[in-house]
Design a protein around this ligand. Structure first.
Ligand code: 5AD
Ligand code: SF4
Length: 443
């Protein structure tokens, strides 16, 4: 019998990209091959995100497209991930979806695919306290073979009042470090030169071995073990939480050249009143203290962030506090969002979503404009500096140029001159835009 073909679309965070790789690995063992052409697939999967309403709206639009496929031929449509977990059987009302599988149910996908019929849709949205897919080698979907994601934990135990993740991904659990290191070694052996360790809050990674309870492993120790896999394997990680990032992690980063000097440290707001309402459990002053610590130990560390505009009750002064904090830190880049109320979250239950849409948009635009200036200023400070770059591919704009990232996460483009993806090169920065460092190779 010919292998069945599975097509998968991924929405949302890096964690979801890695989950798609886990899904593909599970389905490969069940006899499915991946296709990138939806038109020839036997199974269409959308691995979904619920973080903001617009993420979900996009996916509803895609479900409409899948329905058109279904009118043409027999094809199974499955919704996996956060939206599956949040909406459960409501997704079946679309009369398009045959399978609904939450983030902890991927091992049951082959059985669900065997059992599914048009009159018998399958749904598994059980959340687990143990599942980390630790024994599954993800089927890598990256195109360059250079950079691999490794999930080190799942779920989240924080209670940020705006956030749906604890509901869609369940309780926090850490993965056995031995399996993480094995995965990093395996990636390196297959030619990968960078791993990115993923978790909703990597700083709270903690492994207690049931057999040797004294052999605990925290995030700093895990980071060190992964860095020791090879000096030619770069290590990145995401996401750090300002309340939890420890001095030990910062010192470990400084100790190893191959741990990249970049921390993604979402601040969300510069106003203490907002931070309190968001239940972030730190203050503006604490955040600035962490940034000062990072810069005192790793002076050239890239610091990036996430910001939410227009959270419940946000005043003009709260908004100005966010702008002033951005200036004070001088973030290298940021992901910036308008607040989107998520049903069932603490904020949805307790605080009215009372900042008018047009005010949210105006504030977000101001935040984006400021960040564009800060990114440009930060890039201008790079001019004249040299960086070791891991080449990630050919520049989209010019086939004779390559691009890659410096340790601090900034993207550099430079003439190819015979070099290839996956190699390390040294470059000097000549000029910049707010997004890219234009560089030359140094021999
Ligand atoms: N509305 C807008 N942005 C959100 N984020 C999380 N929840 C929401 C929400 N309800 C943002 C935060 C987080 C990033 C992943 O998404 O900034 O750090
Ligand atoms: Fe990732 Fe959060 Fe979106 Fe789920 S809701 S896919 S955890 S960003």
């Amino acid at each position: 019998m010919q292998d069945k073909k599975v097509y998968i679309e991924t929405y949302g965070c890096q964690m979801n990209v890695n989950d798609s790789e886990v899904i593909l690995s599970i389905l490969k063992d069940a006899g499915y091959v991946r296709t990138e052409d939806m038109g020839e697939a036997d199974v269409i999967l959308a691995n979904t995100c619920s973080i903001r309403d617009n993420a979900e709206q996009r996916i509803w639009g895609r479900i409409g497209q899948f329905r058109i496929q279904k009118t043409k031929r027999d094809v199974i449509v499955g919704i996996t991930g956060c939206m599956a977990e949040r909406l459960k059987e409501k997704l079946l009302d679309s009369h398009t979806v045959d399978i609904v599988a939450g983030p902890d149910s991927y091992r049951s996908l082959p059985a669900m695919l065997r059992a599914v019929t048009p009159d018998n849709p399958q749904i598994n949205v059980l959340l687990s306290h143990e599942e980390t897919y630790s024994d599954i080698t993800p089927l890598r979907m990256d195109r360059n073979g250079v950079s691999a994601y490794i999930s080190i934990m799942r779920g989240c135990n924080n209670v940020c009042s705006y956030c749906v993740v604890p509901y869609t991904r369940g309780a926090e659990r850490s993965r056995d470090p031995k399996t993480i290191i094995r995965e990093a070694e395996d990636a390196f052996c297959r030619g990968y030169r960078e791993v990115c360790l993923l978790g909703q809050n990597v700083d709270s990674y903690f492994w207690e071995d049931p057999d040797t309870p004294d052999d605990n492993v925290n995030f700093a120790q895990l980071l060190e073990s992964v860095a020791k896999v090879s000096p030619d394997l770069r290590v990145r990680f995401s996401t750090s939480h300002p309340k939890d990032i420890s001095d030990e992690v910062i010192y470990t980063m400084a100790m190893y050249d191959n741990i990249c000097s970049h921390i993604h440290l979402p601040v969300q707001s510069g106003s203490n009143a907002m931070l309190e309402k968001m239940r972030r459990k730190y203050t503006r002053e604490w955040y600035l203290g962490r940034v000062a610590k990072i810069r005192s130990v790793i002076p050239d560390c890239g610091i990036t962030t996430d910001i939410i505009a227009g959270f419940c009750g946000e005043t003009a002064q709260d908004h100005r506090d966010t702008l002033s904090l951005m200036e004070e830190v001088g973030f290298d880049s940021a992901f910036m969002f308008q607040y989107s109320e998520r049903p069932g979250t603490l904020a949805a239950r307790k605080f009215p979503d009372d900042v008018p849409e047009e005010v949210k948009t105006a504030r977000l635009n101001e935040i984006i404009a400021l960040q564009n200036r800060l990114s440009l200023e930060s890039n201008r400070r790079e001019i004249g500096k040299t960086h070791r770059i891991l080449i990630e591919g050919v520049s989209k704009k010019n086939g004779n140029e390559l691009f890659g990232r410096a340790g601090n996460n900034k993207v550099c483009v430079f003439p190819a001159e015979g070099h290839r993806t996956g190699e390390y090169v040294h470059v000097r920065v000549l000029s910049c835009t707010s997004a890219t460092l234009i560089s030359e190779l140094i021999r």
